[in-house]
Design a protein around this ligand. Sequence first.
Ligand code: GTP
Ligand code: MG
Length: 317
Amino acid sequence: MNKDSQGTSRCGFTAIIGAPNAGKSTLVNALVGAKVTIVTHKVQTTRFNVRGVLIEETSQIVLVDTPGIFTPKRALDRAMVQAAWNGAAEADKIIHLVDAPAYARVLLEQNAKPQDQLAFKDVDRIITGLKTHKLKAGLALNKIDMLAKEDLLKLAEHFSNTGSYTETFMISASKGHGLKALRHTLATTMPEGPWHFPADQIADLPARLLAAEITREKLMLRVHEELPYAASVETESWEEHRNGAVRIGQVIYVQRDSQRKIVLGKNGQVIKAIGATSRQDLSKLLDRKVHLFLHVKVRENWSRDRQHLALFGLELE
Ligand SMILES: Nc1nc2c(ncn2[C@@H]2O[C@H](COP(=O)(O)OP(=O)(O)OP(=O)(O)O)[C@@H](O)[C@H]2O)c(=O)[nH]1
Ligand SMILES: [Mg+2]
C-alpha cells in the first residue's frame, strides 16, 4: 500500500450521481482508465450501482457509478433511483454530474429539446434531494467540449447561487478535460485508512454480471424506443475450457412475444449482430477466446421479479 511521507494512506467511496445521460458511467471509466461500466447515448443505461477503483497519490478511491436520478414511473425505476440515493448516502464524497450543454440550452433558452427539459427538471430535483437528505456534494459540469465558454461561466454562476455545492469542476469526461483536478480533490478528501482492494483491482462486478451488462449495452445500441427498457440480460452458464476459451450462455428477457421477434430480427440477424459485438468486447475484456450463446425469452414480469432484480442488488419497495 502506498503511503505519503507522514505514512498515511487514504481510502473511501465517491458516488457519482446525476440525471440520466449526464455522463456518469463515461466519467467512471475515464477515471479508472478501463471499461468497468457500460455507456450508451440513451437515458437510463445504468440500472444498479457499479464500482470502479482508482488509485491516485496515496488514496484508493472507490468510485460508485449510479443509475440516473429521474421521476420514476415503474417499480424498476423506483428501485434504480433508490439505489442511486443509497449510493450517495453511503459515500464519503458525492459528485453531482450535470450535462452542462443540455442544462444551458434550457436555462439560457437556446433551442432546448424535450429531453433537455427533462434533464433540467431532474437536475433541479437532485438539488432539492441533496438538501432534503442533508447531503453535501461537489458539482461537476460535464461535456464542456460542447459548450461555449461564456455559457459555461453563466452556468457556473447559476449553480453557485444555489449554495448547494462545496466546489465546482468543469470537465469533459469523454475528452478527459479537467479530470486531473477532480482526481486530486478526490484523493485528498478520502478519509485516512487502509485500502479496501488489492492495488491491481479496478472493479468488483462479478464476471457473469459484467458479461450480462456488455450484452445489454449492445442490445441498447441495437434496438430502439421502449424495447431497451423492456429487456434484461442474465448470464446462465459459464464454462471454462481447458484450451483457455470460455463458453458463455446468456438469456435476454423481454416482456412480450412481439419484442422477442424484434430482438431476434429477420433470420436472427439482430441477435446475431448483438452477439457478435458483445463477444468482441468480452474477448477483449477477458483477454481470451469467448464463445457466446444468446437466447431470447419472454418473461412478462422480470422487472417485478425480486429474485431477478436481486442479481443486480436492486430491491423493490
Ligand atoms: N460530448 C460529450 N459527450 C459525453 C461526455 N461524457 C459523456 N458523453 C456522452 O453522453 C452519453 C451518455 O453517457 P453515459 O456515461 O452513458 O451517461 P450516464 O450518466 O451514465 O447515463 P445513465 O446510465 O443513463 O444514467 C454518451 O453518449 C456519452 O458518450 C463529454 O464529456 N462530452
Ligand atoms: Mg450510466
